[in-house]
Design a protein around this ligand. Structure first.
Ligand code: 13P
Ligand code: SF4
Length: 304
């Protein structure tokens, strides 16, 4: 029997025994997406995690996503199959930085991209994802100063859509920063009929080339509904598998070769099996952090 089939059988057996559910992000490798009970973007995963009734959540994504699941559903055991799966952008700001920013700008509202640590989320007013950042910022009274952390590119995209000037932190995603406008323009020359969809973590020059700027969940929805048959995709390549699977008659071109988030690729079937077997690696957070971070995440969930 093929080794993957054996592992999948074992995963399904362990899932039943442990009353576990597998949640996966759109950037996960193909076979992880295939065995997951739910695949989605950060907002969809947050909502799904908060509704889980199983005892155990195996989170196939990066650490901030698994932490978010724990914060939103703290009585569940949340496991991440590879404990080193982090997000470099989330590591570009810490709680001390946020406290300092708030001291410098008393009265400002702190809007925090969900790609951040639990400690950071515990010190902000409201979280957002790429799917609802514009709506979250639009909800803030016009006379309030806004600090947006940690993604400077998402922040400047939100500024352009809301006509609000914000204080931006200098974080960014190295995977999306690798995408350059020249490559996208070349792809468009090669495929003139294709629509360009890019993630708002891309830089402003890339965003200028786009027909649509969307979260990964937004890209899936848009590509399915659009009459267009070809798309250039400006985000991590893991999503191409799902786009292709849901739209067999359409063609999806990565905006550039090798747009890969190495952290998202750390999880595989074997690690999921071990995770379920040994209950590793459990996400544990201090109660006071969960309590405070939950407020900012619950506010985020109101903007679906
Ligand atoms: P989405 O919420 O759009 O899936 O994005 C998550 C992410 O980490 C993008 O790099
Ligand atoms: Fe973080 Fe970028 Fe990877 Fe998303 S793609 S998890 S922002 S490093």
């Amino acid at each position: 029997m093929n080794n993957n089939i054996k592992i999948i059988e074992e995963i399904n057996k362990l899932k039943k025994e442990k009353d576990a559910i597998i949640l996966a992000h759109n950037y996960q490798i193909d076979e992880v997406q295939d065995i997951a009970d739910y695949v989605g973007d950060s907002l969809g995963l947050s909502i799904k995690a908060s509704e889980v009734t199983n005892k155990v959540i195996v989170f196939c994504g990066v650490k901030f996503m698994a932490e978010t699941a724990k914060i939103l559903n703290p009585l569940k055991t949340v496991l991440i199959p590879d404990k080193t799966a982090g997000c470099p952008m989330a590591d570009m700001i810490n709680a001390k930085d946020v406290i300092e920013l708030k001291k410098q700008h008393p009265g400002a509202i702190v809007v925090c991209y969900v790609n951040s640590s639990a400690e950071v989320k515990a010190n902000v007013d409201i979280c957002c994802t790429s799917a609802n950042a514009v709506a979250v910022v639009n909800s803030i009274p016009k006379d309030r100063e806004i600090i947006f952390i940690p993604d400077k590119y998402l922040g400047s995209y939100v500024e352009s859509q809301t006509a609000r000037k914000m204080m931006l932190w200098h974080g960014y995603c190295p995977t999306h920063a690798f995408i350059d406008a020249k490559s996208v323009i070349q792809m468009k020359k090669d495929h003139p009929e294709a629509e360009i969809l890019v993630h708002p973590e891309c830089n402003s020059e890339v965003i200028k080339t786009a027909d649509k700027v969307l979260s990964t969940g937004g890209m899936l929805k848009y590509a399915h509904e659009s009459p267009c048959k070809e798309f250039i995709i400006g985000t991590e390549i893991g999503i191409i598998y799902r786009l292709q699977k849901q739209n067999p008659g359409k063609i999806f071109y990565p905006a550039k070769n090798n747009i890969i988030c190495p952290n998202m690729k750390l999880i595989n079937l074997e690690k999921i099996m071990w995770s379920l077997e040994d209950n590793v690696y459990e996400i544990n957070l201090p109660g006071n952090i969960i309590k405070k971070a939950r407020l900012s995440l619950e506010r985020m969930k109101e903007f679906v």
